[in-house]
Design a protein around this ligand. Structure first.
Ligand SMILES: [Zn+2]
Length: 187
């Protein structure tokens, strides 16, 4: 893990300089560091774009940004072109069905675009969060619905995401409480 750590440190140093100029938030760095850690060989411009997208969409839809990062890692490993046999597309493996919540029937290829994919994936996540809180009230994490729809089968996938999300939060949470504060706003 040594080379990864040093890459991360270098990234953070460089970013801190630019950040002061551009006024990027602590939340942006938290997301950026997590993605650099998970996908160290990805071009830095790409990572920055993803960090911006995750930050914006998670705030817009009111979900935990590190949860979105963890889902991308588990679902596609940052492969924008991934397509599964069960009709799941792109970074967040957005499920496309003829019936149901997704608007991408016959427009599936649009989901290879990271912007569209992260927006739609985060929107679905927020939708399932509402469903879980209002109607389901089961004792699984709400994002289990992201994989299963209304009826949650088993939760090993959801727990894997949870474990990764908690790891990232512990590892990259800034010393200040700005992350907690932004989370409170997002929730
Ligand atoms: Zn539920």
């Amino acid at each position: 893990m040594g080379w990864r750590q040093s890459l991360l440190r270098k990234t953070m140093r460089k970013q801190k300089k630019t950040s002061a100029r551009k006024g990027k938030s602590a939340m942006f760095y938290l997301i950026l560091s997590a993605i650099v850690w998970l996908a160290p060989t990805q071009p830095h411009e790409t990572t920055k774009t993803y960090a911006d997208l995750v930050k914006f969409e998670s705030r817009w839809y009111g979900v935990d940004p590190l949860l979105v990062v963890a889902i991308i890692q588990v679902e596609s490993g940052w492969n924008t072109r991934k397509r599964s046999k069960t009709n799941d597309y792109g970074l967040m493996q957005v499920h496309v069905a003829r019936r149901g919540s997704s608007n991408f029937w016959r427009r599936e290829k649009e989901l290879y675009d990271p912007r569209t994919n992260i927006r739609e994936g985060t929107r679905l996540l927020a939708m399932w969060k509402r469903y879980h809180e209002r109607w389901c009230k089961g004792d699984h994490p709400y994002w289990a619905h992201y994989k299963w729809g209304k009826k949650v089968g088993e939760i090993s996938h959801a727990l894997k995401v949870l474990k990764l999300r908690d790891f990232l939060a512990r590892k990259f949470r800034p010393k200040s409480d700005s992350y907690t504060a932004s989370l409170a706003r997002a929730e």
